[in-house]
Design a binder for this molecule. Structure first.
Ligand code: PHE
Length: 344
């Protein structure tokens, strides 16, 4: 019995003098471990007379409990002390210079695309995207450009095989959507995306560029709706006060077809070197969806009409940001791209 008290006192004073969680762990092993002093006392119980066993056992248990509790308490205290010491040591020196992380910038074409998407989503349009490797059928046939049509030459095409090509315009996507609608109106969508043509690359031409085409089909849609929509877009893209004008043009999938000019945002229509003195800048092609296109896609052209337009995003970005070489968009020169962080 005295030995128990002795072990307990010894343990408690060892706990008290432990200076770190590691030291405390050693104390725990020494007293509470499988080969520890308290376990040794337990084994001694075997050799005691039967009537002494319960009292002895109880006392050893109490001793074990007291030591465990003391260790737990000391553990918490030591951990708090260690944390405090660590916090003092790790004190943050906010006067040190930080390392600056490089921030990327949005690509100018992406900015224009987002701006146009936001603008049209605001008017209830949906966005339709689709394959760049396209079937001749959607790129040409359904758009009223059959195999021997001279208009195919307007769009020098990269063919993969006789029926597969890199789309030359996102009109292909409009045809997919028209076909999918199965004659149901209204349709209001824009199709942004990459297109390809066999052009020789120079300051204003690229074999790959980006378009955003729009399509609206429904009852009583007129050329005036097209004009109002494009005027709204021009004002949002190039600043308030823009005017637009239509000039007759030709596209196989629209009738009538128009080229659309916007009054020059640089000189306000007075004439400058950007608009080459004319006061107008050509920005897109458009027209009323050709009745034959509607019919081929399962619409009743007596009942519904539609308008369509297509704008080149590089052209818009070049005008808007004063970029004079289209190749800048594709060569990924950081010095060029970084100048766009001013628009963040
Ligand atoms: N698809 C035409 C082009 O790529 C643009 C356009 C779209 C014209 C819709 C009229 C209507 O040049």
């Amino acid at each position: 019995m005295d030995r128990i008290t002795e072990v307990q006192n010894e343990a408690l004073s060892a706990i008290e003098s432990a200076q770190s969680p590691e030291e405390l762990q050693q104390v725990r092993i020494k007293y509470l471990g499988k080969k520890g002093s308290i376990q040794a006392l337990m084994s001694e119980m075997k050799s005691l007379p039967k009537e002494e066993k319960p009292v002895f056992g109880q006392k050893v248990n109490l001793c074990k409990q007291a030591v465990s509790e003391a260790i737990e308490k000391a553990q918490a205290q030591l951990e708090a002390k260690a944390l405090e010491a660590q916090l003092i040591k790790d004190k943050l020196d906010i006067t040190l210079n930080g390392t600056k992380s490089e921030k990327g910038t949005m690509h100018p074409l992406h900015m224009i695309q987002q701006e146009i998407e936001d603008l049209f989503i605001g008017m209830g349009y949906k966005i339709a995207e689709g394959p760049e490797v396209e079937e001749d059928y959607y790129n040409f046939e359904l758009a009223n450009i059959p195999k021997d049509h001279p208009a195919r030459e307007m769009q020098d095409t990269f063919y993969i095989d006789p029926n597969t090509l890199l789309r030359t315009h996102t009109t292909a996507m409009q045809m997919r959507e028209l076909e999918k609608a199965k004659g149901q109106t209204p349709i209001k969508l824009i199709c942004p995306g990459k297109v390809y043509r066999r052009d020789d690359d120079d300051a204003t031409h690229s074999h790959q560029f980006t378009q955003c085409e729009g399509l609206v089909v429904g009852e009583h849609i007129t050329l005036a709706d097209l004009k109002g929509t494009l005027e709204f877009m021009a004002n949002r893209m190039f600043g308030e006060g823009r005017q637009i004008r239509f000039r007759p043009s030709y596209f196989p999938f629209t009738e009538p077809s128009v080229e659309v000019d916007v009054s020059c945002p640089f000189c306000n229509g007075k004439g400058c070197n950007v608009c080459k003195g004319s006061g107008w800048i050509e920005i897109l092609g458009a027209g009323m969806v050709h009745p034959h296109v509607l019919e081929m896609n399962g619409f009743d052209s007596e009942k519904c009409t539609g308008f369509a337009f297509g704008v080149g995003l590089e052209r818009v970005a070049m005008l808007k940001y004063g970029i004079d070489d289209i190749r800048n968009f594709y060569i990924n020169d950081e010095r060029f791209l970084k100048t766009f962080d001013r628009f963040d």
